[in-house]
Ligand binder design. Structure first.
Ligand code: AMP
Ligand code: MG
Length: 401
């Protein structure tokens, strides 16, 4: 039984890098940058007004109120490209270039336009007021985002602003999901006596999607060694197009758990088959040819937790993400919790902030790792190191889902 950290290191080591491809920027959210994004101009590209008002010379306003002559107008897309002289002001709009010679803008609310193209500035104006200087946000040639970063929707404008209509990202791994179990029937079926629906496959597919990879659902394989071997061969043999195969079920030590036996007989290299993790102890990680194989426990909560901890790591590593870690943080536990003796426990929890603005992580109703109704509300996992217990209110480490 190996520690979780060791399992993650092995997965990172064994995950091959995928090549890059060029895609449209508007399809890029969730993908990993395969190029550095570099500013091809200063931003802003000129001294820009933050307000509708008048561009002035700050020194002219020392004895405000003062009357200035309106020398012209600078609007967005149509600047006033002469030199502003002492005693003059230029009408300016938000986003318009500030004329040279001017070093401050006064907003419309603090001026009064008089007769004969004159404007009265009521208060002294500070140098630089309401001007965003050329290159203040970023200078031409500077790096905006580094290769390896995950692209979020919030980053898109900053990439588009520098002319990247298309963008180079790493390819996403193709994933096949193989459900196993003689009791498992398709979601559309009415389960007969002793049968249950295959809820894992769709969940795993959704998790793949959330992590930015495409997946294919394979037909359910019954608990039979030969059946399983031929299903694995189809999914991970030489003709397979998947780089990752997720098998759910059949990884424990029961009489009809054949996943490990099938992998061994097929000559797969098994890197680990027991992890100090609750839920998810019997998770298997192996390689057959070039295909990474994850054998995840059939219990839905174990499947989900091991997906987040292990499969996601491989998905991110294969795309050369600079950070493959799950988002982590701290919260106060909403109830007393006790960890397992020999394994680190990852407890599904709901997050809330209390009236003192403290983040509280409350463990969800927990009837064991088959309880997916409870798990449906999970927003985080509380990490309880082996042998530890926490009283209600104590600070705990959490992983965000
Ligand atoms: P196993 O890992 O095969 O021992 O399965 C553990 C538990 O998970 C059993 O109760 C199975 O019926 C259940 N299970 C296995 N596969 C699935 C699946 N695809 N969807 C829902 N439950 C499953
Ligand atoms: Mg089974």
């Amino acid at each position: 039984m190996i520690p979780i950290s060791e399992a993650i290191e092995i997965i990172k080591r064994e995950s091959p890098s995928l090549r890059s491809e060029i895609i449209d920027l508007d399809r890029a959210v969730g993908r990993i940058l395969a190029e550095n994004i570099v500013a091809d101009s200063d931003l802003p590209p000129f001294d820009r007004s933050q307000m509708d008002g008048f561009a002035v010379i700050a020194n002219d306003t020392v004895n405000a109120p003062i009357e200035l002559k309106i020398a012209g107008e600078s609007s967005a897309g149509n600047g006033w490209h002469k030199e502003l002289k002492s005693g003059e002001a230029v009408r300016i709009m938000t986003g318009a270039p500030v004329p040279s010679g001017s070093d401050a803008v006064q907003k419309l609310e603090l001026v009064s336009e008089g007769e004969g193209s004159c404007v009265t500035i009521f208060e002294q104006v500070e140098k630089g007021q309401f001007i965003i200087a050329k290159g203040f946000e970023i200078k031409c040639g500077e790096q905006v985002f580094a290769k390896g970063k995950t692209i979020t929707a919030n980053m898109i404008a900053s990439i588009a602003a520098f002319g990247y209509e298309k963008i180079e990202v790493f390819r996403q791994p193709r994933i096949a999901v193989l459900p196993t179990g003689s009791e498992i029937v398709e979601v559309c079926a009415s389960p007969g006596l002793d049968q249950i629906r295959d809820s894992n496959s769709v969940m795993l597919r959704a998790l793949c999607e959330k992590t930015g990879s495409r997946s294919e659902l394979l037909p359910i394989a019954g608990d039979d060694l030969q059946t399983l071997k031929s299903a694995i061969l189809d999914a991970a043999g030489n003709n397979s197009t998947s780089q990752i195969l997720i098998i759910t079920g059949g990884v424990s030590v029961g009489k009809y758990d054949f996943t490990k036996a099938a992998l061994l007989e097929m000559g797969a290299e098994i890197f680990f088959d027991k992890v100090q993790l609750k839920p998810g102890k019997p998770a298997v990680f192996a390689k057959l040819g070039e295909t990474l194989i994850f054998g995840l426990p059939g219990n839905p909560v174990s499947s989900a937790v091991t997906f987040y901890l292990f499969v996601k790591t491989a998905i991110m590593q294969m795309q050369n993400a600079s950070n493959t870690d799950l988002k982590q943080g701290f919260a106060c536990t909403g109830a007393a919790i006790k960890g397992a003796r020999e394994r680190d426990t990852y407890l599904p929890a709901e997050l809330k902030t209390d009236s003192k603005a403290t983040l509280v992580a409350t463990p969800l109703r927990w009837h064991g790792s088959s309880d997916f109704i409870g798990f449906a509300k999970a927003e985080a996992l509380i990490v309880v190191p082996k042998g530890r217990r926490f009283d209600k209110g104590e600070v705990v480490h959490i992983v965000l889902l």
